[in-house]
Design a protein around this ligand. Structure first.
Ligand SMILES: Cc1cc2nc3c(=O)[nH]c(=O)nc-3n(C[C@H](O)[C@H](O)[C@H](O)COP(=O)(O)O)c2cc1C
Length: 198
C-alpha cells in the first residue's frame, strides 16, 4: 500500500549532478518508508517566471501557457511536496525560482482574493526543501530557507523538512560522501514516517 504520493521538483540544470543525487537519495528514503515519489526536473521543462500581470487575481489560474500547468495538476493530487535546488549566488537556481514564482496563484487563492477561497490550493500538506552548495557559508543555507519559508507560507503547505548540504561543488562530489547521503536518505525516510505513518 502506498502511504503518500509526493511530488518532487529538482532544480539543477546539471543532469545527474549533486541536486539530482540528493533528491534521488531522499526519494529512496521516502520510498523505503512507504511513499511514492515522482521527480520532475524543472530545468527540462518550459517554465517561465511570473510576470506580475495579476491575471490570476480574478480566476486563481495562471495565464501563461507552459509546463507549469502539469505541476499545478500534479500538485493538486499530491499528498506532499519536495523541492531541491543547487545554491546559486547565495540563493536558489533560476529554474526552481521560476516555478516558485508561479505559485503566486495560490497567494490569490489563499490570501489575495476572498472570492477564490473555494478553489483548491495545496494547503496543510507537508513540504520540504533540499539544497546543495559548493561553499561552506551558513548564510547561503539561511537564504534558501527564507525562500522556502515564503513559498510554504504562501501555499499554506506545512514546512516539515529542510536539509542544506555544503562543500559539494564538483559533479559527483556528493555521491562520494556516504555520511551526506545518509542524511539525505534519513530526511526522506523521516519526512514520510513523521507525516504519513500512524
Ligand atoms: C551560477 C552558479 C552560482 C553558484 N553560486 C554558489 C553560491 O553562491 N554558493 C555556493 O555555495 N555554491 C555556489 N555554486 C556552486 C553550486 O552550488 C554547486 O556546484 C552545486 O553542487 C551544484 O549542484 P548541481 O551539481 O546539482 O548542479 C554556484 C554554481 C553556479 C553554476
Amino acid at each position: 500500500m502506498v502511504l503518500a504520493n509526493i511530488l518532487a521538483l529538482s532544480g539543477s540544470p546539471r543532469r545527474g549532478g549533486n541536486t539530482d543525487f540528493m533528491m534521488d537519495t531522499f526519494k529512496k528514503g521516502a520510498e523505503e518508508a512507504g511513499a511514492r515519489v515522482e521527480v520532475l526536473r524543472v530545468a527540462d521543462l518550459d517554465i517561465k517566471p511570473c510576470t506580475h500581470c495579476d491575471g490570476c487575481r480574478e480566476t486563481g489560474e495562471c495565464v501563461i501557457a507552459d509546463d507549469m500547468g502539469e505541476i499545478y495538476e500534479k500538485l493538486a493530487k499530491a499528498d506532499g511536496l519536495i523541492l531541491a535546488s543547487p545554491i546559486y549566488f547565495g540563493s536558489v537556481s533560476a529554474y526552481i525560482k521560476a516555478a516558485i514564482e508561479r505559485f503566486q496563484i495560490y497567494w490569490f487563492i489563499n490570501f489575495g482574493n476572498e472570492e477564490l477561497r473555494h478553489l483548491k490550493a495545496p494547503g496543510k500538506r507537508p513540504a520540504g526543501f533540499l539544497a546543495v552548495g559548493g561553499m561552506k557559508n551558513k548564510k547561503y543555507c539561511d537564504s534558501v530557507r527564507v525562500t522556502a519559508e515564503a513559498l510554504f507560507l504562501n501555499t499554506r503547505l506545512t514546512f516539515s523538512s529542510f536539509l542544506c548540504l555544503q562543500g559539494y561543488d564538483e559533479k559527483g562530489a556528493l555521491e562520494k560522501d556516504p555520511e551526506a547521503l545518509q542524511r539525505a536518505y534519513r530526511e526522506g525516510r523521516d519526512f514520510v514516517s513523521k507525516n504519513f505513518q500512524d
